[in-house]
Ligand binder design. Structure first.
Ligand SMILES: [Zn+2]
Length: 141
């Protein structure tokens, strides 16, 4: 179990990050509303506009995904399971949680998983790794 102080620090980190993402998501929404107003204008090349829009949508999906992860981590703090590895049930160190507050794995399980991912990506080849996977290795752990 983490000390109350430690939980407090993690909760604050997670909340700040969530607020930042929510703000980004709101800005993205504003962007699409402005886009809607621009429909009918023929000054913008259509395919180019389509590309901008799909990039923007992808970004928003990513924010949504991260916000869900942040919320899940906040719930784990509330229920006192934030420092329990979901793979082996061992304790996740506070130091690791400070660096990766969204992680659900202890360092041993994480390293194990990374080895598996590496092996898999070598088989499938670059670029074939699905997006979910990518975010996992880039952000969580
Ligand atoms: Zn573990």
């Amino acid at each position: 179990m983490l000390k109350p102080m430690e939980r407090e620090v993690l909760a604050q980190k997670l909340t700040e990050e969530r607020d930042r993402l929510l703000k980004l998501a709101r800005d993205g929404l504003k962007f699409s509303m402005e886009r809607d107003r621009n429909i009918g204008r023929d000054s913008i090349d259509e395919s180019m506009e389509e590309e901008i829009f799909s990039t923007e949508l992808r970004l928003r999906d990513r924010e949504k995904y991260l916000i869900q992860k942040l919320n899940a981590a906040l719930e784990r703090i509330a229920s006192g399971t934030i420092d329990v590895c979901e793979e082996c049930g061992e304790k996740i160190s506070y130091r690791r949680l400070l660096a990766r507050p969204m992680t659900t794995l202890c360092i041993d399980c994480k390293e194990e998983k990374e080895k598996e991912e590496l092996a898999r990506s070598q088989i499938v080849g670059r670029g074939a790794v699905d997006a979910d996977h990518m975010s996992d290795s880039m952000d969580d752990d």
